[in-house]
Design a protein around this ligand. Structure first.
Ligand SMILES: [Zn+2]
Length: 328
């Protein structure tokens, strides 16, 4: 039997409209409630400003949120990430090109918790574009050394991601009330996938023995995953862009790695991992690999969606820390 062709990777940071004319008509009915001046179906020149084929445009501050939002939007909205795959999202500075792409958007979804405050300026330059913090309602965790005192990386646990999905659904239903049933159906389907992911991660991480449960990374981005699946974490700096690597931090972490005989250390894709590789060489720990946290990978990479990102991270983590891990 021939092998099935590989699935076409999704590009959640820029989803193109399908069925252009049909969608224009369907969405125009919804958009008419949002933009009374909208012209008749089939008149491309009469589409609502900032919409593709009549679909209202929604921005997100980064690619992970764009993927979640696309899953809930079910092609009824155009979802665009302001930052591109691989971007450093903490303290991002929007470009004139970002502003051009954002023009006409109706809503901006961001993480909140101090991660993406830069969207305040972005939103005001787009005429006070309404913003929604998707982390609203998550039980937050503190982190020492962060300006806000709160660890912003709540999406790194699928259990917290369920709150993000509910916030996206509610925001979309307010933006486009005729689509409320669609958003409910798509949010429920995506939430079921997140619950499946949660069961999968819980099973895989439960298999790690207690002495192999210390996760050493560059940024302190794994607190929510660590809380929900019984891991410990140690890092080189608490939050990207807010705090820097110091010799004291490096020495303290190296001491911990030696004392706890940590088998492997890791870093994230959006930061420079050279200090962590040096620490690995100095302590005898192995280089465990690269996590994706603040950004999806491109479509050909290991983390083109949020679900793939979480599976890639846990695969990398278990491969590095499991006692039977082969030496590299
Ligand atoms: Zn981060």
């Amino acid at each position: 039997m021939p092998a099935a062709p590989p699935a076409r990777p999704r590009r959640p940071w820029r989803r193109r409209p399908r069925h252009r004319v049909a969608n224009a008509c369907i969405s125009a009915l919804a958009a008419a409630l949002l933009a009374p001046a909208l012209a008749a179906c089939g008149n491309q020149a009469g589409q609502a400003p900032g919409s593709a084929a009549g679909r209202p445009k929604v921005l997100t501050s980064f690619t992970v949120l764009a993927d979640m939002a696309s899953a809930v939007a079910c092609d009824r909205l155009e979802v665009v990430s302001i930052t591109r795959p691989g971007s450093q999202i903490h303290g991002y500075e929007a470009t004139p090109g970002d502003l051009r792409r954002g023009r006409g958007a109706r809503l901006l979804l961001r993480n909140g918790l101090g991660l993406d405050r830069w969207t305040d300026r972005f939103s005001s330059r787009l005429g006070r574009l309404p913003q929604v913090d998707l982390s609203e309602g998550v039980a937050t965790l503190p982190i020492e050394g962060a300006a806000s005192g709160v660890n912003p990386h709540a999406w790194m646990s699928p259990r917290a991601a369920l709150t993000y999905v509910e916030n996206i659904r509610a925001a979309f239903s307010r933006l486009d009330p005729p689509g409320a049933a669609t958003y409910r159906r798509c949010a429920d389907a995506y939430a079921a996938q997140l619950r499946q992911l949660d069961r999968e991660l819980a099973g895989r991480l439960a298999a790690l023995p207690a002495r192999h449960r210390l996760l050493v990374t560059c940024e302190g981005a794994f607190s929510y995953l660590a809380r929900d699946y019984g891991l410990q974490e140690a890092w080189l700096w608490p939050v990207n862009g807010e705090s820097e690597l110091t010799p004291q931090r490096l020495q303290r972490l190296a001491r911990t790695v030696r004392e706890r005989r940590v088998p492997a250390v890791f870093c994230e894709s959006t930061v420079d991992g050279r200090a962590q590789r040096r620490l690995a060489a100095d302590t005898g720990a192995r280089w465990g690999g690269t996590f994706h946290v603040d950004s999806l990978s491109g479509p050909e990479g290991p983390a083109p969606t949020y679900l793939a990102l979480m599976r890639h991270n846990v695969d990398t983590l278990v491969r590095g820390l499991a006692p039977a891990a082969p030496a590299r």
